[in-house]
Every structure is written in C-alpha cells, then in structure tokens.
Design a protein around this ligand. Sequence first.
Ligand SMILES: [Zn+2]
Length: 377
Amino acid sequence: MLTGRHIRIGTIFGIPLELDFSWFLIVGLLSWTLAVGYYPAGFPGWTPVAYWVAGAITSLLLFASVLVHELGHSLVARHYGVPVKRITLFIFGGVSEMVRDPDRGSEEFWIALVGPLTSLAVAAVFAVLRFAVAPIEFVYAIVSYLALINLVLAIFNLIPGFPLDGGNVLRAVIWQRTGDPRRATIVAANIGRAFAYLFIFAGIWLVAGADLYDGLWIMFIGWFLESAAVAQIQQLHLREILQRHRVAEAMERNYAFLSADTTLQELADWHILGTAERTFVVRDGDRVVGVTSRRRFDRVPRDRWPSTTVRDVMDAIGEAAEVSVETDLWTAVERLHETDADRLVVVDGTGTVVGTLSSDDVAAYIRSLGPQLATAR
Ligand SMILES: [Zn+2]
C-alpha cells in the first residue's frame, strides 16, 4: 500500500488525523483534471483561474466528504468500544485504523455500513443545496459535482468484497449466519479479488481503446484492491499462527533492571550499557514502572544524556503494557498496537517479571518457524 509517510495535521473528535504524502498527489491530479477537463466541458466561458480555483475547492471538499465518511466508521466503532488509532487520507481515499476487530458480526455490520450511508447523506445534502445555489453558476458547478461524486463513493464502497465497506458488510452477514468469522473473511476477500480483476481488465480494455488516462487509473485502483484483499487473507493466516503460540516462546528473556531516575550518562559511566542486555525493565523503588531498550537510548543525542533519565525514554507500564507468559502472541501484538509501546513487560503467574516482548521479537520468532508457516497456508 502507498501508505509510507504521514503528516499529522490535528485531531477530530479526539482521533488523530493524518495526511499520507500520496494525498497531495491526488489532490493535485484531481484539481488538474477538473480544471482542464470536467469544468470547461460542462461550464464554458469561465476564466482559466476560475477553473483552477473550482478544481482546488472541489478536491478539498471531496476529501472533507471522505473524512466525514471515515468519521462515520470511527464514531460507530468507538460506540462499540473499538478504539480508533487514527484516520489517514491517502491517494485512494481514507482509512480508519482500528486497533482490533469488533467482537460481534452485528457490530462489524454497522461499523462498515455507516460509511456508505454517510456518503449517501452527504450526497443528499449537496443535492438539495444545488437548488439553493442554482443562480450562481460557479458554486452550482462545484455543489453538483460533489453531490454526484459522493453518490458514486457510496455505491462504489458497497461493492461486496474486501477491502471495500461492502466486503465488511458481507463478512459480518456471513459471520452472523454461520458463526464462522474465518470463512466469512475468505469469502469476502475472494469476492474482493474478483472485483479487483474486473477493474484491471476494464482498465486494460480502456487503454486498448486509447483512453490511456482513465484506463491506467482504473487498473491502478484494481491493483490496489487486489493487494489489499490478499493482505486480508495473509493477515488471517498470520493471526492463526500467532494464536497457536504463547508469549513465553517469543519473548526476550535477557533483560536487566534499571532505576527510573538514573540518567543515561550515569548508565554510560557505570558501564551498564556494556553488558549483554539489550532490554531493560524499569523500577521506581520496588515497583515496576516501565520497559525500555538500548535502541531507545541510542536515539537520544549524546549531549543530552546527562539530563535524560531512564524514565524519559521508557514505555510506562499501565495495566495494558503488561502481558502474561501464557497470553497468545496475537493478543500480545494487538496490545503492542493498542498501547503504541515499543515493548511489553512479560510477567508469570505470580506477577514476577520474566522477560520483555517487542514486535521485532515476534517477527524474529515467526521467521524461525519458517517451514511451519508454509504448511499453514
Ligand atoms: Zn468506508
């Protein structure tokens, strides 16, 4: 997926909002196609500047509409107790990143369906607004386009295959009727792949008919849908593997205790960093208060070491950042994702610290399972 680097631009309803770099590309591209193609064709006689201003305003309002769509998903998810980590706008629209799947098919059904319903409502608002602004052609043109595109968004998202909202709706329905979320995921992903190939073939057909721009764009969308649907199946397999293994198998057993108020300079002076341990459990008196690693220390510039304490560079331990050795790895990975911690502290049945766990540890463990991974497919 083209989601590499993000810029955080603020929060909305307490949810961080981020722009992917690919978002700037699509806003530019869309403004251009509207300014030189769509608006001049439908509304002749404006100045070139007016076309460009209309193109830019339309692009930004389209993504405002996409944001409202994503807020629909996010707020319903939060209503069901599923935390939302962030909303990201990118080249293909928006995505609400939830830290875990909902517990029930009925919850997933509403979280997914509210997106297209929101777009439909936005389309209706713009459609009504059209009548009010009809005397002003410039505004009328923009509002008409937004009414149409939001309707298209609603219908497109109802396609019943992953990664589209309709795919999640279908998965929720199959999940509820069969009680089998695994089968539901595979069906929704495979239907998603079939639609993705339809897009790719439609794109090839358009390119063959000399419509290069639309053809390539539709192929590109198909390619994105296909890889996202495949990713869903891969995630399902990964989840099944991780659920079969315990934290005890993957955790880093090699750690040392550090006192929270020690400065990094003191650690260096006392040669504590020269020992074999890569990870550290942080104590304040008798209490375990956090976890950190040598890699975190290395990110602090040397001249700040005298004024930086271990506490400044640790993940604080709430109840959330502690896992039992008996916890399955999938739950532990979800916990890492949920808490945004680099590492979790691992405790045994008596509450004694026995190790630490990072996503790198999990990845290394999965790689060590190599042959078993192949048979799990
Ligand atoms: Zn959606």
